[in-house]
Ligand binder design. Structure first.
Ligand SMILES: O=C(O)CCC(=O)c1ccccc1C(=O)O
Ligand SMILES: [Mg+2]
Length: 372
């Protein structure tokens, strides 16, 4: 296993209710067939790009991967992978799991999506996945301009960051966007855990008339019970008399940070979400993200795959994960353009609100050979 550190800047910071994301640092993880005692005979490449808050720190990620390099005897990389705790160091596990899955898929002459779908006994993966545009927090004019630009670029689903301002201001921003774009454009709002229960309840009442596709992580990650209560109350007819919430359909609730911190099963068992936002980097790898998506589907909860604003290797892997989920809803995978530089040219550009899945073997045929 070889590690190559990298650091990439964002073109402009992504403003969220949990602070601004300005830079992404991580490791390219390459597995080298010559030095590997496993049956794998192709080289593979992965990426470990931790984002504290969703994953371990950069230093914990590095310590885990370097520790495995140092310890390694003839046990092989599959055993090394099994020694990484996905709850403690999900990004480290993602890096190695992806490198091994890429190598396995390449060895079999399959795309990563085909390999993942096979492991999970799913139908053949999709050729393309629908995506949403990602719009950070900003004043109403900037937000509307970004929404209009995204729609002009072809996006049919917009995800807007909320929760950094007073609720009144966010309601105004979202109303302004709703007015500015065609009715057919879906709008999602992501509060990144910013609200308390009272504010979240007020938000779902006041946002009901906007027909949001969903409200993501309205409450802090650990408040899974609060999210379940928000959904119950909303469906129980106990709605405020001063709103139109009794005539508008309820706002669906999506959970993201709760899935990363409490696990998908806790979220599903609590009945806390209509949709789950699955970040392979935060869940410990493409395999784990796909397994979570299948469990969500079985529970009647819609899975959505997104990145943590990863570099091109992990973004491409997330596209393969999404493609393996039959009829996946729009995913937050259009994050490449947020970076001002990347590890390699992007084999997954967005075109007409979708990303085509690379057709070569593994992640993207020979696209990442320079990094392997
Ligand atoms: O889902 C998207 O559109 C892009 C990904 C995204 O918003 C995000 C990126 C980095 C960290 C957290 C989040 C998030 O969904 O909260
Ligand atoms: Mg989110």
């Amino acid at each position: 296993m070889r590690l190559r550190p990298f650091s990439l800047g964002l073109t402009s910071p992504l403003e969220t209710a949990r602070g601004s994301i300005e830079q992404r640092e991580g490791f390219v993880v390459a597995v080298d067939p010559e030095s590997d005692g496993d049956s794998v005979s192709e080289a593979g490449v992965g990426e470990a790009t931790p984002l504290p808050g969703w994953t371990e720190s950069l230093s914990a990620c590095e310590a885990t991967l370097r520790g495995l390099q140092a310890d390694r005897d003839d046990a092989g990389l599959a055993d090394a992978l099994a020694r990484i705790d996905p709850g403690e160091t999900p990004a480290a596990r993602h890096g190695l799991a992806l490198a091994l899955a890429d190598a396995t898929a390449r060895d079999a002459g399959r795309s990563l999506a085909e390999q993942l779908a096979r492991d999970e006994r799913l139908p053949a993966p999709a050729d393309a996945v629908p995506v949403n545009a990602t719009i950070g927090d900003g004043d109403p004019e900037t937000t509307v301009a970004a929404a209009e630009t995204a729609v002009a670029e072809g996006f049919g689903c917009l995800k807007l960051k909320v929760g950094s301002r007073a609720l009144d201001a966010d309601v105004e921003r979202l109303r302004a966007v709703r007015r500015a774009v065609d009715d057919g454009v879906a709008i999602r709002a992501d509060a990144n855990g910013a609200w308390d229960r009272e504010t979240a309840r007020e938000a779902v009442e006041r946002l009901a008339s906007l027909g949001l596709a969903y409200l993501e992580q309205p409450l802090p990650a650990d408040d899974v019970e609060g999210a379940a209560a928000l959904r119950d109350r909303r469906q129980g007819g106990e709605v405020g008399a001063d709103t139109d919430a009794d005539t508008d359909p309820p706002v669906p609730i999506a959970l993201d940070e709760s899935v990363a911190s409490r696990g998908v099963d806790a979220v599903l068992d609590a009945g806390a979400a209509d949709a789950v936002v699955l970040k392979p980097m935060a869940l410990g790898g493409p395999d784990r993200a796909l397994a979570a998506a299948i469990r969500a589907r079985e529970a009647g909860v819609e899975p959505v795959v997104t990145t943590t604003v990863d570099a091109v290797i992990a973004r491409t892997a997330a596209v393969h994960v999404a493609a393996a989920i039959p009829d996946v809803a729009p995913c937050g995978l259009a994050t490449g353009p947020l970076l001002d530089a990347d590890l390699a040219p992007d084999p997954c550009p967005v075109s007409e609100r979708a990303i085509a899945v690379p057709s070569g073997s593994g992640l993207a045929g020979d696209a990442f050979d320079g990094l392997r």
